[in-house]
Design a protein around this ligand. Structure first.
Ligand SMILES: Nc1ncnc2c1ncn2[C@@H]1O[C@H](COP(=O)(O)OP(=O)(O)O)[C@@H](O)[C@H]1O
Ligand SMILES: [Mg+2]
Length: 376
């Protein structure tokens, strides 16, 4: 059992307010990823949870038990919190072989030798480093050392694992393999995992939930697809997804109960009232930003519907299994992702089928989502 609750956590380094009133619950069995750009406070959050840093305000509960109460200066020491950490800088014991590094914790617990052998072999295999068992850390590359550090953390199948960018030193192919291994490990062991990364693909592919931070503020906590389909604000929308979401500026206002947005390029979109965020009641006209994911646009060579939008092809980028097509609608560039390989010439005139149901609308001033995309 590992449930962790952070309540009203503030962390300062000197005068710098690094974590701003963080409230986050990690349920038992979650694969919770802390995501956000460099410097947003992910590592600091992990260090606060693990007890390496003391927050100035707030509470942390582990399985309902108070482990931090800043006002009363109560901070359980890291060792008493029963967690396993893998930091970006992996400290392996240099005088021990890979096998000994990974086996160490099990030996301390007086695990029988044959069980240690079996579990170490399994952890090393999972990390694809079985062949290096008898080497010393100095005889390994950075990426191999990083995988030993992961093996050392997972070998005892702890109920709570904390990872700080554990795949950062691996090359692209290995990183993809390791994602799959960590995801499977999570399913097989039922461990609770808190995982820090700035890589949105890593977060989307592995997590059960993502907590996304900007400048020390926790902006949204949601399952990956929810975050992708309905980002809470413009920053989340822009950070998640590759190719990036398209933003189209316009002026919005209510028409009856519906929202109508007229874009800078003169197109008008109508959004049904049932998809508007509750409580959204603009009094007059407001600056709106429409968000459209690249895969939500269909390109036609001839006009298929009255509502199709004429566009001019800017560039075409075939990428093997898909084609990325950039087009201009007036002065706005739109990126479209088509499955398979499609052919267009620069400056071809095409027609875009856009589905308002699939769009997000944001209020430019508050940056907040005001209209949900409908998910099939
Ligand atoms: N020990 C420290 N002393 C002072 N400032 C720090 C310290 N650790 C981190 N910071 C600052 O706190 C902010 C958040 O850092 P960090 O949590 O490491 O970000 P992330 O892991 O999201 O990249 C950064 O601005 C960083 O410079
Ligand atoms: Mg960090």
């Amino acid at each position: 059992m590992s449930k962790i609750e952070l309540k009203h956590i503030d962390k300062y380094y000197g005068k710098n307010h690094i974590l701003k009133d963080i409230n986050l619950t990690i349920e038992d069995g979650d694969f919770m990823t802390l995501l956000g750009p460099s410097g947003c406070g992910k590592t600091t959050t992990l260090r606060v949870v693990s007890g390496l840093e003391k927050p100035q305000n707030g509470f942390i509960y582990m399985n309902g038990k108070e482990i931090v109460n800043a006002a009363e200066a109560h901070f359980e020491p890291p060792a008493a919190r029963g967690l396993n950490l893998v930091f970006q800088s992996y400290a392996l014991w240099p005088h021990m072989t890979v096998y000994e590094n990974v086996a160490f914790g099990l030996k301390i617990k007086k695990t029988p030798k044959d069980e240690i052998d079996r579990r170490v072999a399994s952890a090393l295999d999972r990390m694809q480093i079985g062949q290096y068992a008898q080497r010393y850390p100095t005889e390994l590359s950075g990426g191999q050392q990083q995988r030993v550090a992961i093996a050392r953390a997972i070998v005892s199948e702890p109920s709570l694992l904390l990872f700080d960018e554990p795949l950062s030193n691996l090359d692209a192919k290995l990183r993809v393999d390791m994602r799959s291994e960590l995801k499977r490990l999570h399913k097989e062991t039922g461990s609770t995992i808190i995982y820090v990364t700035h890589d949105q693909i890593e977060a989307l592919t592995m997590s059960t939930k993502i907590a996304i931070f900007f400048e020390g503020v926790l902006v949204q906590v949601a399952p990956p697809l929810e975050l992708y389909n309905n980002p809470a604000d413009l920053r989340v929308a822009d950070f998640i997804g590759n190719p990036r979401i398209n933003f189209i500026d316009g002026k919005g206002k209510l028409d009856g109960k519906d929202l109508v947005v007229k874009t800078v390029d003169g197109e008008t979109f109508r959004f049904a009232s049932e998809n508007l965020v509750e409580g959204f009641r603009p009094s007059g006209e407001f600056d709106a930003v429409i968000g459209v994911r690249p895969e939500q646009v269909t390109i036609h060579r001839t006009r298929k519907h009255d509502t199709d939008v004429a566009a001019k092809v800017y560039t075409v980028m075939p990428a093997g299994s898909e084609t990325i097509v950039d087009v201009m609608v007036g002065k706005t560039r739109i990126t479209i992702k088509e499955l398979g390989i499609t052919h267009y010439e620069h400056d071809d005139i095409v027609y875009l089928e856009l589905n308002p149901q699939k769009m997000n609308v944001f209020d430019k001033a508050s940056k907040k989502l005001v209209k949900y995309a409908v998910v099939d």
